[in-house]
Every structure is written in structure tokens, then in C-alpha cells.
Ligand binder design. Structure first.
Ligand SMILES: [Zn+2]
Length: 443
């Protein structure tokens, strides 16, 4: 038998309970932290028991945790309902005491085989039991007796296995209260701005979803995507990224997964920041938007209104023109010769310009909603005018595409995508926006 002793497990595996020690009135976070720490320790331990996923994590994993781990090991996205449904999740291992080896009328060879099998079962069982005893001893140090006195006998010994102790602790002391849920939802609904990076933003949103998972208030993927898209739509430089999401990426997987959403926007953030770096290299420091960006944002936002010029819009047009004039003025002052080199005033002009633009976008948005609201309940955007003057065609996405987007180099292909499909020879591909690019053609 060569598995570690209880003392050996405690000193070398568990790294001491001091880090997750609870006070007599622990917060929910502290209570959750106990399982997290113990699990972390056990997941570092190689486990050869058949049916385990290679570590002793199963000792303290709930059924939900075990299931999620297996799905991720199988490479299955939790949002992919069909794949989750079809997945075969192995049960959690539960080594039992094999008792005595009962010898049958075996040949010598058969005896050797049976004995080996029996020894493995027994060793696995004893090893697991040592692990559980070691974890229990640590839990007893970490958790004040009064919190788990219901699990102790008269001598103060804990009668339960680690999983039961942790479940008990969480059921009794980790229940989510309405005010906890509200706090998490407030955090989740907080808008995105430049005080945090995109990865900090996604980490924040993810952690809110994780906290509410397996509660009645869990945030479904569709809700998460809608909320975050709303946050991004309020950021001027993400306008195109949001359009691309609506027009291209989302089409491929309906409903889209959270991973797809994060991947798409993370890519867009990266592109934006690379562009900023390039501008900086070119000596235009702190410029949040180029003039081209400004005019393309204005043009694309205004083009949404084509054909729908409502009375309300006409009324507001003067206001928008005034704002445009302000933008022009700011742009002009910025490109006047004496300020060509980076100067402190660039920053001021720039933030002023960004403020004007943000304001303007808000106005235009409220016009396109026809409600003056905050963009909630936004309808799917339709395109009534070409955005791009080229003949690019993509089998998956149709036409009126950005310069770099064709059938050949499409990044988000629908199944059956044909690489050499072109505008004139679409090979059964999408006819999206064809009427804008080839107005005479029947679609
Ligand atoms: Zn495409």
C-alpha cells in the first residue's frame, strides 16, 4: 500500500485551514470560500481512481460542480442546449469498502488477476478515506464548532463526510437574500465606460452570472447578451462592433453563446486599441476618435433615418446640425497648424468632442426608437442605404460589407459556406442587402 497518511496529506496537500478560517458570524463570501479553497487543494492532487477526472476534486464537488467540470472536459459549451442534452456525464466516483477478498474456485492466473483488482479497490478506498479524514480535521480547525454542532456527536466528533459538511454550511449560512441578489444585479447592469478595461468588464459580468447560477435568479445567456450589448451601444467607438454583431455574428448561432459574444467584442476592443496605438505612434496623442471616425459615425447614424424622416426628426434636425457645427469647430481648431503637435489642449478638445458626440448619438438613438427612451426594446436595425461602396460579397452575409469582408475571408461562416461565391455568382448564398447593391435585381 503506498498512499499517503492522514498527517502527510494534511501537511503536504491541504496547505492548512488558516486561509479559510471562519469567524462565528461569517459572511456569505467567507462561507463560499471554504469549499473553494479545499477544492483548489484537492484538484492539485493526482487521483488514479477510475471514473475520477484525474484529481480528488470530486470529494468536495456538488453534483452541479461535477457536471460543469465534466462538460468543460468534454469541450461542451453550457449554452449549447442540444450538446448538453446529448452529453454523457459519468457519475461521480464513489469508492466503497470492498471488504474481504472472497476467493472462488480460481486458477492461479485468475487468482492473481482477482487479487490485483481487489487490492486496487481497497487501496483506492483507503486512500480516499484518508483524504476525507484529513479534510475533516482541517474543516474542524477552520469552522467554529457552534456553526456545525448539528453535525457533531456528544464527543465533538464530526460524523459527516466533507461534502456533507460543506453542503450543510452553505445551506445554513450561504443563502442568498433578496438584497444580495439586488446588489449583484445592480453590478451586472452597471454600464461600461473607459474606467475599466474590456477584460475587467467581462470578468465583472461573468462573476455576477456565476454568483447567481443555480439560484432562481440566474442570468440567462440571452439576457446577459442583451444587457451587455446595450452597454456597448452607448459607447461611440463600439457602434460598428455592435452592428457587426447584429448583422453577422449573431446570425450564425441563434441563440448565440456567451463565449461567442465575448470573443467578438474582445476582438473589437483589441482592434480599437491597436488603432489607438498607431495614432499615438503617429504623434496624435490622446485622440479618442479620428475625424474619419467622427464623420463615419455621423453618416452611419444618420443613414438609419433615411426613408423614415419623421416629423420628430425634422424638428430635431436643427439641433443635430448645431451639434455637427460644434464638432466641426472642434475638429478645425484641432487641425489648425499651431496645434498640430500634441498639446494639452488636444485632450480638452477631444473630451469635449467625445461629449458632444455621445450626446448626439443619444439624441439620434432616441429618434430611431421613436420613444426618446434609453434604447431598451430596440428593434433590429434595418439598412435602407448602402454603407460600403464596393462589390464585396459573402456567401454567409450577403453584400454591402466592409472592405476586408468577402466569401473567401469571412470570419463567421454559416455551415455550407462557399468560398468562391461572388456578387454575380452567389452559388445559393445569402441575398442580404442585395437590393441595395443591385437595385434592379430580383432577390
Ligand atoms: Zn461573411
Amino acid at each position: 500500500m503506498n498512499f499517503p497518511s492522514i498527517e502527510n496529506i494534511r501537511s503536504s496537500f491541504l496547505h492548512g485551514p488558516a486561509v479559510y478560517k471562519l469567524g462565528s458570524n461569517p459572511s456569505r463570501d467567507r462561507v463560499r470560500n471554504v469549499r473553494k479553497k479545499v477544492l483548489g487543494n484537492l484538484q492539485d492532487q493526482t487521483c488514479l481512481i477510475s471514473g475520477a477526472d484525474g484529481s480528488f476534486g470530486f470529494v468536495v464537488q456538488t453534483d452541479n460542480m461535477w457536471r460543469e467540470k465534466q462538460l468543460s472536459l468534454l469541450g461542451i459549451d453550457e449554452d449549447d442546449a442540444a450538446a448538453v442534452e446529448a452529453a454523457v456525464i459519468p457519475p461521480k466516483p464513489n469508492p466503497v469498502n470492498p471488504g474481504e477478498l472472497v476467493v472462488g474456485e480460481w486458477s492461479h492466473i485468475e487468482f492473481v488477476r482477482q487479487e490485483k483488482r481487489y487490492n486496487t479497490l481497497r487501496e483506492n478506498f483507503l486512500w480516499l478515506r484518508n483524504i476525507e479524514k484529513a479534510v475533516n480535521l482541517d474543516l474542524k480547525v477552520a469552522i467554529p464548532a457552534e456553526l456545525i454542532s448539528d453535525l457533531m456527536n456528544d464527543d465533538g466528533d464530526i460524523q459527516s463526510r466533507p461534502l456533507q459538511i460543506l453542503d450543510f454550511l452553505e445551506t445554513r449560512y450561504n443563502q442568498m437574500q433578496p438584497k444580495d441578489i439586488k446588489e449583484i444585479m445592480d453590478e451586472f447592469n452597471k454600464s461600461f465606460d473607459d474606467t475599466i478595461t474590456s477584460s475587467q468588464y467581462f470578468a465583472r459580468q461573468q462573476s455576477c452570472r456565476t454568483k447567481l447560477k443555480h439560484t432562481n435568479e440566474s442570468i440567462r445567456t440571452a439576457t446577459a447578451v442583451r444587457t451587455c450589448l446595450g452597454h456597448f451601444q452607448a459607447v461611440a467607438y463600439l457602434g460598428k462592433a455592435c452592428d457587426d454583431w447584429d448583422d453577422e455574428v449573431r446570425l450564425l448561432a441563434d441563440p448565440a453563446t456567451w463565449t461567442q459574444f465575448k470573443t467578438h467584442f474582445t476582438k473589437c476592443f483589441l482592434q480599437y486599441h491597436n488603432k489607438q496605438e498607431t495614432l499615438k505612434d503617429a504623434g496624435i496623442a490622446n485622440v479618442a476618435l479620428t475625424e474619419d471616425d467622427v464623420s463615419s459615425i455621423i453618416t452611419s447614424q444618420l443613414s438609419l433615418q433615411d426613408g423614415h424622416l419623421s416629423a420628430a426628426f425634422a424638428e430635431k434636425e436643427a439641433q443635430i446640425q448645431a451639434l455637427s457645427a460644434q464638432v466641426d469647430e472642434l475638429s478645425n481648431s484641432r487641425s489648425s497648424p499651431k496645434q498640430l503637435s500634441p498639446s494639452p489642449s488636444t485632450t480638452t478638445d477631444q473630451s469635449a468632442m467625445a461629449a458632444v458626440l455621445a450626446n448626439m448619438n443619444k439624441k439620434i438613438d432616441s429618434l430611431s426608437n421613436g420613444t426618446g427612451g434609453d434604447g431598451k426594446g430596440k428593434k433590429k436595425r434595418t439598412r435602407t442605404k448602402r454603407r460600403y461602396q464596393n462589390d464585396n460579397y459573402c456567401w454567409t452575409h450577403g453584400c454591402d460589407l466592409s472592405e476586408s469582408h468577402t466569401s473567401k475571408n469571412c470570419n463567421y461562416r454559416r455551415e455550407g459556406h462557399v468560398e468562391d461565391a461572388t456578387l454575380r455568382d452567389r452559388k445559393g448564398g445569402s441575398s442580404k442587402w442585395i437590393s441595395l447593391v443591385l437595385p434592379d435585381e430580383e432577390t
